[in-house]
Design a protein around this ligand. Sequence first.
Ligand SMILES: Cc1ncc(COP(=O)(O)O)c(C=O)c1O
Length: 398
Amino acid sequence: MTKKVTNKDTKIVNAGRKAEFSNGVVNPAVVRASTVVFNTVKEMNHALVNKNNNTMVYGRRGTTTAFAFSEAMTELEGGAGCALYPSGTAAITNAILSFVKTGDHILMLDSAYEPTRDYCDKILTNFGVQTTYYDPMIGADIETLIQPNTRIIFLESPGSITMEVQDVPAIAEVAHQHGCIVMLDNTWAAGINFNPFDYGVDISIQAATKYIVGHSDVMLGTATATAEHWPQLRDNSYLMGQCTSPDDLYLALRGIRTIGVRLRQHQQSALKVAHWLSQRKEVETILHPAFESCPGHEFFKRDFSGSNGLFSFVLNKGNKAAITALLDGMSHFKMGYSWGGFESLILANSNVQSIRTVTTWPYQYSLIRLHIGLEDVDDLIEDLTKGFERFNEVLAHY
Ligand SMILES: Cc1ncc(COP(=O)(O)O)c(C=O)c1O
């Protein structure tokens, strides 16, 4: 296992920047196309049969802009190839659907991104594919849940909102002994801070919408696969009509070039805010993978090379009015259902248990999720300080 990829920053600058994609300039060109034209039958047939050689055939299969981004992602994450989707959710749903059939069973972590759960419960069930949820901290005991028809074990590490870091290699080892495919939502690590294929992952999925794009202006998904699984993932995703806009891919390629420095700054500021929060009297616990209080912290230390701007904390008191007062008056933290851009975001969740079915959420009061952006960190701490003042003022009147 390689925890740290040497020279990752150099890779970030060079990934996918082949002369054939860029025509001599620094960045690959935006090539828009539905129709690709050929002059000879030989050329046309050659393009059609060669699925992996970056030959343009028809717009849905991608143009050189898509090939450049896809190659860049494969270089960053590893694996044999990367399929592109119009959102992270599309990447998750299509990757799963590419490998299941009626009668199959999948194992899904209890702390999965909520739409991933909904897809299992509301769509896969209609096709006769059953889902069993598992405790994200289960490790090698996942074996007890594997059935003869279990096809996929799906991981997301850290888990959405509650941030549990999973023992990926322990789960992957057992999965492979039983012939199951290991899929990981690797969005938090952004293809930078965790190397999925070194830990037994077969398909690594990202909402590139987040840190890859990095500027809150594009929806995009990726699924990168091992050589064994790449042909089926690629072919089935094509069959399901998955394709992406070259303009969006251009922005994603631009995002990649600065992801190393952005992540380091997000990490530094988020750690400062998290340490400051850990001293606040209103805070019950910090759910940041770099903190001992976060479930799976030991796996974070073992397997990850860094963190980023996204973490949660839990309050030790409060009510709806107090939390509303905290959230409503923020200057820098805006409320938004996303993360990974340059800006700070805040979200409250007072009913985590409603999105869990096999684990018990141990805390009484609201969870707050923060995305720490690239603003001056002291401005962010001041914003939170004032937020706690409003919070306490409301509580004082109850
Ligand atoms: C961990 C994780 N996975 C997947 C997604 C879905 O990505 P998208 O919004 O691009 O569909 C999100 C979005 O918030 C996410 O946080």
